[in-house]
Design a protein. Structure first.
Ligand SMILES: *[C@@H]1O[C@H](CO)[C@@H](O)[C@H](O)[C@H]1NC(C)=O
Ligand SMILES: *[C@@H]1O[C@H](CO)[C@@H](O)[C@H](O)[C@H]1NC(C)=O
Ligand SMILES: *[C@@H]1O[C@H](CO)[C@@H](O)[C@H](O)[C@H]1NC(C)=O
Length: 387
């Protein structure tokens, strides 16, 4: 066996050729396995995923729903449209347990990164095929696509069921806005929705997935929307005129401190490359107990804020500070944030912190209310230039 393999390698010196052959054999298998976008959102082998039955009368108003997956909890927002056209927003949040936090922390690490669509070269596509087959086979047998998807999906499902019974609604589809974790990919997000029993919906105009927390928070604080979204022509004109500004986004929860310097003109167009952003799962509010003194903890928080702020405020200063997370209202945190920003910039831009726990879900629900776009994804190679 070993000798066959080494002979094969001798004759085909390039690893990529072997992978190519492998892929040619495996591609038909992959192609016949339903993708998450096939119109079979519920698995009948797994009764847990089948939609719940509601004995009470269902809500008759139109509504849109979105969820957020954040460091230590998930949130949901539901926007109802009343008969007179006014809106009513209801939100809820659910703390995640230890396994939830562990998964989120794991996905925040560069060491957890792996190939996933969209690929930047063909080699990535071929080498990712075994992973995709594994996921497809798991889903076929009613399992979540991966262990991580299972943990996150169960959490969303729990919250989905809670709001469904509290509000007498049935959630069919929803976008899921997520914390910017370097190893959380769009296929995970869509499989999380699938496992939670909802169809993933992509807000209209989304620049490209994933639907990041910072863009949704920008929307949740009411920025970047056109006045009348049913007037497409007017909206296009407003989109073009809307300035792209720099925003300092800070997430603070029991589990993590996230810091980002994002360029944004609207919630569907955030520009936040990995290097302008950091999520630290050892600097959440709970971590203070692991420090020998509070002073050391807050010094590390300050350093983490400056770490992103210093390199990204030289040419252009942030015009707003957007806060997300369930621990941002603490006096000490606010004080450290303000003094750190003032010490570096010489002033403190307006800070937005109302509803910081659920603002991301609220923003995503408003995006969803304004429409969804069809999800068009090939096999992840569509981003490559043909040469
Ligand atoms: C719900 O939305 C649809 C499509 O926009 C509309 O035709 C319908 O009148 C709305 N129903 C209510 C109760 O507002
Ligand atoms: C929004 O735009 C639509 C389409 O142009 C129009 O019919 C509607 O009256 C507008 N609504 C408001 C409040 O201006
Ligand atoms: C998080 O912050 C701690 C304390 O400053 C630091 O030691 C650690 O390297 C940081 N982790 C990441 C992933 O940035």
């Amino acid at each position: 066996m070993a000798s066959t393999f080494s002979r094969l390698r001798l004759r085909l010196p390039k690893l990529s050729l072997i992978l190519l052959l492998l892929a040619v054999f495996l591609a038909p298998i992959v192609l016949t396995i339903p993708s998450p976008h096939d119109p079979t959102p519920f698995s009948f082998q797994n009764p847990e995923v089948f939609p719940d039955q509601h004995p009470q009368a269902l809500e008759t108003r139109n509504f849109s729903v979105a969820f957020s997956l954040q460091s230590s909890y998930t949130a949901a927002a539901v926007i109802f449209t009343n008969d007179d056209g006014t809106l009513e927003t209801v939100t809820d949040a659910l703390q995640g347990g230890t396994s939830y936090r562990k998964v989120m922390a794991k996905l925040s690490l560069y060491s957890s990164q792996h190939n996933a669509p969209p690929y930047t070269n063909e080699q990535q596509y071929w080498t990712d095929i075994p992973r995709r087959i594994r996921r497809a086979l798991r889903k076929k047998s009613g399992l979540p696509a991966s262990r991580e998807v299972g943990v996150l999906g169960r959490q969303i499902r729990k919250l989905r069921r809670k709001i469904e019974s509290d509000l007498s609604i049935r959630v069919k589809d929803a976008p899921i806005a997520v914390q910017h974790l370097v190893a959380l990919y769009q296929d995970d997000v869509e499989d999380v929705a699938h496992y939670a029993g909802i169809e993933y919906s992509e807000p209209s105009g989304l620049f490209h997935p994933v639907l990041w927390e910072s863009g949704s928070a920008y929307s949740g604080y009411g920025f970047g929307f056109c006045k009348n979204y049913t007037d497409e022509e007017q909206c296009r004109a407003e989109d073009i005129d809307r300035p792209r500004i720099r925003v300092f986004a800070v997430h603070y929860s029991r589990a993590a401190l996230g810091v980002s310097m994002v360029e944004v003109s609207s919630g569907v167009h955030p520009w936040e490359p990995d290097y302008r952003h950091n999520e630290n799962f050892t600097l959440g509010a709970d971590a203070v107990d692991s420090y020998s003194s509070d002073i050391d903890y807050w010094a590390d928080v300050k350093a983490a804020l400056l770490d992103i702020m210093v390199p990204w405020t030289i040419l252009k200063k942030p015009e707003k500070i957007l806060l997300t997370g369930d621990m941002v209202r603490g006096e000490k945190f606010m004080h450290v944030l303000k003094t750190t920003v003032e010490g570096h910039l010489g002033y403190v831009p307006p800070i937005y912190s109302d509803d910081a726990t659920v603002v991301v879900a609220k923003g995503a629900a408003e995006m969803r209310r304004r429409g969804r776009q069809p999800i068009v994804r090939g096999y992840g190679l569509e981003g490559l230039s043909s040469d």
